[in-house]
Ligand binder design. Structure first.
Ligand code: ASP
Length: 418
């Protein structure tokens, strides 16, 4: 049985087992099952996180130095950023459009949520300008600190600079380039080992999620949850595949088959960062994206490109405004879109990161930050689908970028690629 099929079966079994545990009365069986699931999922996630920083560093250094030496870096940058901006803008338009169309939150009694909101601690004000200052202060830092703290964005920036420096130095640094390439190959080899654990890890993660979350809470915010999830799925199942087909020349079926392992992992982990190693593996091995493109676009995308998060934040801001009986003007909606774009750029690829940056979106148009207390109970469940679309966008863009840089002569990367 192929690994892809095993992962699919594991996901279905995990959901079924989670529902069973949810229904069973608390007792030794439930407790020991949860304990076992916890251990299995921690091993899987732990291994992915272990590889994350060395992989991001080596893949960007190798990707950038290979692209730069082929004179392609500028072109790849341009296409990548254009794709990030286009798909995120479409996601924002969809999010706001759907929230308007279905008038989410209108007619819902805000008093129902008063308790949750009053108990919520108001976080410090997060304005776009303070967000930018924090962003800079957190990214231009000592690389060793960044490595040890797992600060992905700071590692990305450092790796970009090292990649460019390696090429500027020419022949002098060829042995370091080769070393980085071989280190990257080792990381990819280790990822293929971790992949073997993916069915078990995904089974455990999904069973644990469903057994421990209060699914019934979704019904209180049923309409909003359905609209957001439906629109996110529409973006992932129609908009992105259409763009891929037109601009990447790849059939959606082939894409989904190749990316399936990463997408299911994204669903189970709700973390684009933890899924990143598998996204690279799927892009290179199943979808034929060249390592230097995948090694550049996917780590960058896992930090900067989050369509699902942007869509969610825009729709949620409108939902809260409707709930409070406020009408957002056109300019305010534009501000929501811009802030949601910045928020999705800055949100780290970890579970519920979007909830933190959501505060900035609410505050940008004067909505109370406490209102996120309304969304918190359902966030972990909604996060599953938006993370899938976040990851899908990254893999898809790597295919498109690769397709558009395919015709140019690329130097063969130094060393072997896995
Ligand atoms: N969990 C999402 C991700 O990792 C981020 C978010 O909370 O929206 O992509």
């Amino acid at each position: 049985m192929s690994l892809n099929t095993q992962i699919l079966i594991a996901a279905v079994l995990g959901v079924a087992f989670g529902f069973t545990l949810n229904e069973l009365p608390a007792g030794t069986f439930v407790d020991s099952s949860l304990y076992g699931l916890n251990i299995a999922s921690s091993i899987f996630i732990g291994l992915l996180k272990m590889l994350l920083i060395p992989l991001i560093f080596s893949s960007i250094v190798v990707g950038v130095s290979n692209l730069q030496s082929g004179g392609q870096l500028g072109r790849v940058w341009k296409i990548t950023l254009m794709c990030f901006a286009t798909t995120t803008t479409l996601a924002l338009i969809l999010g706001l459009g759907a929230a308007h169309l279905f008038e989410v939150g209108k007619g819902v009694d805000i008093a129902l949520f008063q308790d949750a909101m009053s108990q919520h601690q108001t976080p410090d004000t997060l304005t776009p300008s303070s967000f930018f200052t924090n962003f800079i202060q957190n990214t231009l830092i000592n690389p060793f600190k960044a490595f040890s703290e797992g600060n992905v964005l700071a590692v990305v920036i450092f790796a970009l600079l090292i990649g460019i420096a390696l090429v500027s130095g020419g022949e002098r640094f060829s042995s370091v380039r080769k070393l980085c390439q071989q280190f990257f190959d080792i990381m990819m080899l280790m990822i293929s080992w971790v992949m073997k654990l993916a069915p078990l890890g995904i089974f455990a993660l999904l069973a644990k999620l469903i057994a421990t979350e209060d699914i019934s809470i979704l019904s209180r915010l049923l309409e909003f949850s359905l609209v957001v999830t439906g629109t996110t799925i529409f973006h992932g199942a129609v908009v992105l595949p259409l763009l891929l087909w037109v601009f990447g020349g790849m059939s959606p079926l082939r894409f989904f088959r190749g990316a399936r392992a990463a997408l299911i992992t994204a669903f189970a982990t709700s973390s684009s960062s933890a899924t990143m190693p598998l996204s690279m593996q799927c892009a290179q091995q199943n979808l034929g994206v060249r390592p230097q493109t995948a090694g550049f676009v996917i780590p960058l995308g896992s930090q900067l490109n989050m369509d699902g998060t942007a869509l969610y934040e825009a729709a949620a801001a409108l939902f809260i405004a409707n709930l409070m009986g406020l009408e957002l003007s056109f300019t305010q909606q534009l501000i929501v879109c811009l802030t949601a774009m910045i928020a999705s750029l800055g949100a780290p690829g970890i579970p519920s990161a979007g909830m933190v940056t959501m505060i900035m979106v609410l505050q940008s148009v004067g909505l109370p930050a406490e209102a996120i207390a309304i969304l918190l109970p359902i966030d972990r469940l909604l996060d599953t689908v938006r993370t899938v679309v976040n990851v899908q966008g990254d893999i898809m863009i790597s295919v498109v970028v690769d397709h558009h840089t395919q015709d140019e002569d690329l130097p063969t990367p130094i060393g072997n690629t896995v």
